[in-house]
Every structure is written in C-alpha cells, then in structure tokens.
Write a protein that binds this ligand. Structure first.
Ligand code: GLN
Ligand code: ZN
Length: 722
C-alpha cells in the first residue's frame, strides 16, 4: 500500500496557507469573511503597492492605505531549514473562521483523478507556536480554544468526504517545550479526537527527536506517529515502548540532504524492528517533506558520473522508498538489482580517492593549540594596528559588495555562455572595480573594498575554487516564494589548490593608498549553506574548510593585505533546535573561525561580519571569536542589540550598521548621527566603526551613492562632537 499526500502544494507557503485556512488575516489586508481572494493571499506574501483596495473585497478604504499599500507579513526560517515561512500575525482578541477550503478541494481534486490521498495540515499547536503576537504580554497558544473549531470543521468535512487518514504536522514536538505547550498539544488532540473520532491522525514530527516530549507525544490520542529517524536515529531503539495500537511511520530516507541511502544497511536495521512491531503497524517514509531537496537527479548531466552515483534527489528518494518497501514485503531477492546498485554506490563512496585526501587528514591531525590563537591579546594587537593604519576616530567602511547591477549579471552570464572571452570579462570586472574604488576615495571612506563584482554568490564563489565541492545545474531548493537557491554539494575532503581572491585584492589595492579590506567567506557559513557530506561529523568538515580559508588568509597577508574580513553571515542560523546542543555547536564553530583567522601577525587586522540582530544568547561565542573588528546589523533595532555587547563588556572593535540595506530608502545624515549617538551610549569611542548593516549587492547605485555619502558626513559630524 502506498500513501500519497495531498494539500502539499502551495502557491507561496504552507504556513501562509494555514493562516488563510483559519482566517488569520491581519486587519491591514482588509478581509472580513468568505473565501480569501488570491490577491489578498499574495498581498500577505509579498506586500501590495498602493492599492490595498484591490486586495480587499470591496470594503470602504481609507486614503492612507490607498497611498501606501500594504507590507508583506514577516518571514522567518522554518525550524533549522533554509526555507522561510510567512509568520502568522495574531492579536489578543483574534477570531478564527474558515477562510479557505484548500485541503478539501485538493483532496477532491486528487480523488477525481482516482487517487485516495492523505491530506497534510500544519498542526494547530505548531501554527500558534510559530505565530507572532501583535499585542504585548500574551501567548498565542492561549488562542487554541478559538482556533480548534476551524480545524475541527475542516477535519469533519474531510472525514465526511471519505478521508480515512490525515497527516497533521507538529514539528514543534522536537523543540524544548514548556508545560504550556505540552498541555496545548494534549488539549488540541483530545478535542480533535472527541469531535472527529472516525478520522485517523498521523501526527508527524521531524527535524529531530521527541526527546523530553516523548511522554507527551505518546499520550496523545492519535492513530499514528511519524518519527525522523535520520536526525534522531536513536529513536529506532525506543519503538518497542510505543503503545501497541499506534501506527508508526518511520522517516528513514533523508529529506534534508542529497545523499543516496545505503539500502542494505537500512534493511539490516528495519527488518528486526518491523518483525517485532508487526508489519501492519509500520509505514516507511522520507524523514520530512521533500521540499528541502532538489527534484530530479536525472537532470544533472554535468556532474561527474561517480559523484552523481552517490546522490539522490526527491524522485530518487521515492524510488529508494519503493525499493525498501518491496524488499520488506517480498524479500530482498525481489529487488536484487536495485540493492546491488545501492551497495556499489555506498562502497564507492567509502573508498573513493575523490573523497579521501590523505594530505587533508594529516593537516587536520596536525592542528595544535597555537593555530587557534592569535599570538597577542586584542589590546596589544590594537596598539600596533592603530599605529599601522592611523585611521581617524569612527572609521568608515562598507561590508564588501557593491550593487550587482543587471549590467554586471549580464556580463557574467555572457561570459558563462562563452559570448564574452575571459580577457574581456576580466577587463570588464576590473573597470567596475576601479570605478568603485575611485568613487569610494572621492566620497571619503576610510577603509575601502573592491566591491565583489566577480562573485556570483558569497559561498558558491569559494566552493567553485575549493577541492571537495561539486555544483549542480538544476539542484534548486526553495528558499521562499519564488526564490530558490542551489546549494553547493560538499562531498569530499576540502583543500585549496590555489589562491582564490589574492589577485583581485592586489588589483584593487594597486589603485589606492587607502587600506583595501580583503573579503572572504568563513568556514561556518560555507558549511551551513551547503549540502554537507554525512560520512564525517559536520565539525570535521568545517575544520577542513577552516584550514583552506586559513591558507587564503596567509596568502593575502603575504601579498600585503592589512585588513582581512571573514564573513560569518550564517553562524547563528546553524544553532541546533535544542538548547542543550547549542554549546557543542558554538564550540566547534568558534574553533573553526579561530583556526582560519589566527595565523596572522599582530598588525594584520581581522574583521568579521554577521548580518542579524540577535546576539544576546551567543555573545560569549562572538567574544571568543576574537575578531579585531566585527560589523553587525543594528539599524532597525535602533542599536538596542548593542546592549548585549555592553553588558558582556565586549572589548574588541564594532561597526554597528547605521544603514538598513534591506530597504531602498536613503537614510539622511541626522538619522545616522542619531543612531551613532545611541551607539556611543553603549560603547567607547575607540571601539566604534561606521558601516552599513550588510553588503550592498541588492541595492541600486542611485540609493547607495547618497546613502554612503550621508554616512561619511555623519562620521564627520561625530568626530566634530567627540
Ligand atoms: N561581504 C558580503 C557582502 O558584502 C557579506 C554578505 C552577507 O553578510 N550576507 O555582500
Ligand atoms: Zn551581511
């Protein structure tokens, strides 16, 4: 028997679909009742410009909204994935009512085509837990009793129309849950079971193990439970303790990574477990939704055949499931050929010289304490660095990239197509760089950057030059809405065959006497934005990348670079879902950063950059990274997050962002000076640098020019005051 899900299609995002289903539509989108129009849906997803009346269904309109349009809902990462969902926005007196019959319609659509499906819903408790409250001091979970009737209405109708099983996703069960959330789960599923007793619920958990929520999960009156045995393989040993009337869906094919499964090994694990539990109780499944992996490996004609033989995308993962299912039902002999192919791929991956590089292993083994520490403490380094660079107070700089205009992107794709020769492309990039350098000099920035025109992406650019990485041509994964990314595939031991950025830095520095900051992406960020090999620990793979970046840092220093920035934009998002695992992650992440950055002399200034705004819970790790200068995102938080740095007595230098680069708006001088005054209340003057929140690649030159000119003017005002 095969279970096919429905209601797993979305125009934009499944959490947004859920908000629509339960009629949780913030007032600004002007919806009262009835089916929510698609225009309202997209206004919530992407915002609408100056025509809020078109997204409403004919209600009176205030001139204010007509003029200003409506913003999109906030967006944030779905658990520890790189998929972003639209954050439900709820008020204290939120009412819920059916706003869409999508689950019912899609069930009927499949049925008309001859498929009996298992509809999938985001569970009520996870939905509320992910929601944001518009009003202070109330917990969205307190709205559960108002929300449940809408879920029950949907479930009743599904049951009425012939649905036997629904899948309800409660991935919140893999988080640390307080007693309020545990009780909410208990209450929700007790109510649902009472209201729709004939419906069987497969309660799905994924991205981790149940951990301390195990008791809560097992006590829920549901017919089945789905477990992620890829992320939490230890759960397989605990299955015999599960209530005997519960169906079990075993998530054994990795829905988060692109490696082919070792089917024989899986069968070795599954056969005894299933024999014990009884075949009728067990289903096998991907660990989670296949949203997080690309669609079809068959499209990859450019990959090395050997590397390709180690991979499985969604289509291949479903084939693996089918093979496993057949082997379990009819014996391994029934799928001999497929199993053999899987065995071969596994053996080749274990032994391939493409993966295993003895030199890398030797270098990793040779890492010693000294390699993880700068030779002097910050205070001593700061003294020599001040002498060397002789910068004014409140030095100004930027984060690295300048606008990646259509022109720049066209040149890149012309070069990739072969329509532009290597020389012509290089000349083009040099001209862009030279113009950017001249312009920075003209407006009076203190520390310059080359502009990153030659980079397609801050991770891909490095991955393409490092041994151990492969790139797909169609391996797209949804990041949000219509935005997809193609993560590099980190398949083997990492090393750096030759310098990656030195020439560009040298060219840029040759154009100016001002310091030219070199620009690198850090090991943790490269790791967190790639599909990472699963045959060694992530920390180990990260250490290898760190050594490769360390080589680049050494070459930059030898070429004369005095300032080297190592971006760790993705350090925070790599935090595990459970707090108890944070410290172990932070330890190896910090170690990797130190490993790549500590091989330099005192007078070489190491910068780092992190573009997010929550530091409170990781400030100790930030301090331990010991970068000479860190630039961070602060403009939207009005410098409040500097409190964390102040309270921690963060000793090194900091550039709190004064220009919100996510918005096309050009901040004026007063606004930036006001922000800087707030920064001065929290930091000492000698610590402060002045820079935007992040790189400027997504902005237009028309925005960047006046904004940075204002930023330099703000710095001058501040110097006059100080
Ligand atoms: N140096 C990079 C840039 O300026 C940093 C980008 C990032 O932090 N996301 O584009
Ligand atoms: Zn950034």
């Amino acid at each position: 028997m095969t279970v096919i899900p429905s209601n797993d299609f979305s125009f934009y995002d499944q959490v947004l679909d859920t908000s629509i289903m339960v009629g949780a539509i913030p007032q600004i989108y002007r919806w009262n009742s009835g089916p929510v129009p698609l225009a309202t849906y997209f206004a919530m997803a992407r915002g609408a410009q100056g025509k809020a009346h078109e997204v409403s269904c004919g209600h009176a309109l205030h001139g204010h909204d007509a003029a200003h349009g409506v913003p999109a809902l906030e967006m944030t990462k779905w658990f520890d994935t790189n998929y972003h969902y639209m954050v439900p926005e709820l008020t204290k007196d939120q009412q819920f009512t059916l706003g869409s019959r999508k689950p019912i319609e899609e069930y009927e659509e499949a049925k008309a085509l001859g498929y009996q499906t298992r509809p999938v819903l985001v569970g009520p408790v996870t939905f509320l837990k992910l929601a944001k409250s518009k009003d202070a001091g109330f917990n969205p979970l307190s709205l559960l009793d108002r929300l449940l009737p809408v879920y029950i209405e949907v479930l009743r109708e599904l049951a009425y129309r012939g649905v036997e099983w629904v899948q309800i996703d409660e991935p919140c069960l893999v988080l640390d849950l307080d007693i309020v959330a545990q009780q909410a789960l208990h209450h929700a599923y007790t109510e649902i079971a009472r209201a729709v007793p004939q419906l069987k619920i497969m309660l799905a958990t994924y991205f981790g193990g149940l951990g301390a929520n195990r008791h809560t999960a097992l006590a829920l009156p549901v017919a089945g439970l789905h477990l992620d045995l890829v992320r939490a393989p230890e759960q397989i040993d605990e299955l015999s303790g599960f209530p005997g009337d519960r169906a079990l869906s075993l998530g054994i094919i990795d829905g988060r990574n692109i490696w082919r499964a070792d089917l024989s090994r899986l069968l070795d694990q599954l056969e005894p477990v299933i024999a014990k539990l009884g075949e009728h109780r067990v289903q096998i499944a991907p660990s989670c939704s296949l949203l997080h992996v690309p669609i079809d490996l068959a499209l990859e004609t450019g990959l090395e055949p050997e590397i390709k033989s180690w991979l499985a995308f969604s289509v291949q993962k479903l084939e693996e499931l089918t093979t496993l299912g057949a082997a379990l039902a009819r014996g391994r002999g029934a799928v001999e050929v497929s199993l053999k192919a899987s065995d071969q791929a596994a053996a080749s991956r274990r032994a391939s010289p493409r993966i295993h590089d003895a030199k890398v292993a030797a270098r990793v083994a040779g890492i010693d304490e000294a390699m993880r520490f700068r030779s002097s403490i910050f205070a001593e380094r700061a003294t020599v660095q001040r002498e060397r660079f002789n910068l004014p107070a409140f030095p100004t700089t930027t984060i690295g990239s300048f606008p990646q205009t259509a022109d720049v992107r066209n040149a890149r794709s012309a070069h990739a197509r072969g329509a532009l020769t290597d020389e012509a492309y290089k000349l083009y990039l040099q001209n862009q760089t030279a113009r950017a350098v001249r312009w920075q000099e003209n407006i009076g920035l203190d520390v310059l950057v080359h502009g990153e025109f030659e980079r397609n992406d801050m991770v891909q650019y490095f991955g393409e030059q490092l041994a151990g990485f492969a790139f797909t041509s169609h391996g797209w994964v949804q990041s949000y809405g219509s935005r997809y990314v193609r993560p590099p595939v980190l398949f083997g031991d990492v090393s750096r065959p030759k310098p990656m950025t030195v020439e560009w830095w040298q060219y840029a520095q040759s154009l100016t006497k001002k310091p030219m900051k070199a620009m690198l992406t850090g090991p943790v960020t490269i790791l967190n934005w790639s599909f990472v090999r699963d045959d060694i620990a992530r920390s180990e793979a990260c250490r290898q990348i760190a050594l490769a970046i360390r080589d680049e840092v050494a070459d930059l220093e030898a070429a004369g670079a005095g300032m080297i920035q190592i971006d760790e934009a993705a350090l925070r998002e790599g935090l595990p879902l459970r707090k108890s695992e944070w410290q172990a992650y932070l330890d190896w992440a910090v170690e990797a950063f130190r490993l790549c950055s500590s091989g330099v002399r005192d007078e070489t200034q190491i910068h780092t950059h992190m573009c997010y705004s929550e530091f409170n819970d990781i400030i100790g790790a930030i301090g331990a990274m010991d970068a000479d200068v860190i630039s961070i995102e602060t403009s939207r938080s009005k410098m409040e997050l500097l409190d964390a740095f102040r309270d921690y007595r963060y000793p090194n230098e900091i550039g709190p962002g004064v220009y919100d680069i996510h918005s096309p708006r050009v901040p004026d001088i007063e606004e930036m000076t006001a922000l800087l005054k707030l920064a001065r209340m929290r930091l000492s003057d000698t610590q402060i640098w002045i820079n935007p929140d992040c790189g400027l690649k997504t902005r237009k030159w028309e925005e960047v020019r006046p904004a940075l000119a204002n930023m330099v003017a703000a710095a001058r005002e501040l110097r006059a005051l100080a």
